[in-house]
Design a protein around this ligand. Structure first.
Ligand code: HEM
Length: 406
């Protein structure tokens, strides 16, 4: 299919309803060169999972992606952003990645995560207590945003009142990483400031733990640094990564999930009748409406894919959301079905960089949805205040505002 026949990807129309475009690409040109993005778009499930595992596609993308985003503006605009991102496991390949990942894994075992359930539940209850009598709320700003950020303050043992600050810094940093749409210069400056602030904030928290270690995640990672398994810079970078990745994605996933349930009343009714379906409902929400519709890689070595040559140095966007609706893998992929079995979605990626926090995110989503449907059985969209989708990035998809009543 010639590129000119491809609908634009970064328009508000496509960002808000991308499914027809993804389907068209998947069918007609599954490995597509986008003139608009100056990058490849890969949309079939088999190819997306294959690319996530292919060592010829590198996760070491910070510098190239920043230059790609900035055009002629120059990478010095994002000096601090690059410095912090450089040490993140997310940007590493091979043994360097394994070394950093192995240590972080020990903070995310199923046993530890199950131990977090009461804390997550307490936070959800306290957020809903604030609005219960009001009989209306904005899910995006009053539940989705504070919940994962407050969970992260507990995980890192940092003051809960700081969550709004690091939420702002994280959003700004993630927005640039996520292929910001619109004023790129201002997005770059905000990302740089966000990274500098996050790194300063976490460096201070780490130094405090050096004096008085505890049982939190920072203290755990600090032990590895003191054993010489990671440098101080790597410790700070990965603390920034976990803090940021730990909430920006979950925020969007929770709002997306609530929206789909409220716009599929028969599924919502079934969930109310059978709350034990909550786990499966979360899996289906992750498939149907992923918070991260694309993830990027850089071609490290020329490779052939479906007859197209991907050249060293080119950027590739792996279509997670498109793969999640590939009819070769999912029966009736456009149907939202909370009883779906054998759900092989790729919303947490695939291969070595499979999301470190998937288990935590699943627990947060499950407890939040279960509590919402139990405590607010008449939950519905607020007909007087329409929801507002976020359309400011290619890699992250969620809501700025999601007003509901009950
Ligand atoms: C619904 C919520 C979430 C979604 C959709 C999500 C999605 C993803 C995706 C797609 C990746 C792969 C990135 C790549 O391949 O380049 C990833 C990696 C990662 N995620 Fe998540 N994530 C979520 C929640 C979390 C949480 C709660 C945490 C931490 C507390 C977290 C921490 C990480 C980290 C550290 C990585 C990098 C792993 C590595 O490079 O080995 N994520 N996530």
């Amino acid at each position: 299919m010639p590129s000119s026949a491809t609908p634009a990807i970064l328009t508000p129309e496509t960002l808000s309803n991308p499914w027809p475009v993804y389907r068209q690409l998947q069918e007609d040109d599954p490995v597509h060169w986008s003139e608009e993005l100056q990058a490849w778009l890969v949309t079939r499930h088999e190819d997306v999972t294959g690319c996530f595992r292919d060592p010829r596609l590198s996760a070491n993308r910070t510098q190239l992606f920043a230059e790609h985003q900035l055009g002629g503006l120059g990478p010095e605009l994002v000096k601090d952003y690059l410095r912090v991102a450089e040490g993140m496991m997310l940007m590493k390949d091979g043994t360097e990645h394994t070394r950093l990942r192995r240590q972080a894994n020990t903070g995310f075992t199923s046993q530890l995560l199950d131990g977090w359930r009461p804390t997550i539940q307490r936070i959800i209850d306290s957020l809903l207590d604030r609005v219960q009598e009001r009989r209306r709320m904005d899910v995006a700003t009053e539940l989705s945003e504070p919940l994962p950020a407050l969970v992260m303050t507990e995980l890192f043992d940092i003051p809960a009142e700081d969550h709004e600050r690091f939420q702002r810094w994280s959003n700004d940093t993630a927005n640039f990483f996520g292929a910001a749409v619109g004023d790129v210069r201002s997005a770059a400056l905000r990302a740089n400031e966000g990274s500098a602030q996050l790194s300063r904030y976490l460096t201070a928290a780490i130094e405090a733990r050096r004096e008085r270690p505890g049982e939190d995640l920072l203290s755990l990672l600090l032990r590895y640094e003191e054993q010489g398994r990671m440098s101080t810079e790597e410790l700070v970078s990965n603390a920034v990564l976990i803090l940021t990745a730990g909430h920006v994605t979950t925020i969007d996933q929770l709002s997306n999930g609530v929206y789909e349930l409220l716009t599929h009343p028969e599924q919502l009714e079934q969930l109310k009748r059978q709350p034990e379906l909550c786990k499966a409902a979360v899996e289906e929400l992750l498939r149907y409406t992923p918070a991260v519709p694309f993830m990027h890689r850089v071609v490290a070595e020329d490779l052939e894919l479906r007859g197209r040559t991907l050249r060293k140095g080119q950027l590739v966007f792996l279509g997670i959301a498109a793969a999640n609706r590939d009819p070769n893998v999912f029966a009736d992929p456009g149907r939202f079905d909370i009883t779906r079995q054998n759900n092989k979605y790729v919303s947490f990626a695939f291969g070595p960089h499979l999301c470190l926090g998937a288990g935590l995110a699943r627990r947060e989503l499950e407890l939040a949805l279960r509590t919402l449907v139990c405590r607010m059985p008449d939950l519905r969209l607020d007909e007087q205040r329409p929801p507002r989708l976020k359309c400011n990035s290619l890699l992250f998809r969620g809501f700025d505002s999601l007003p509901v009543r009950w």
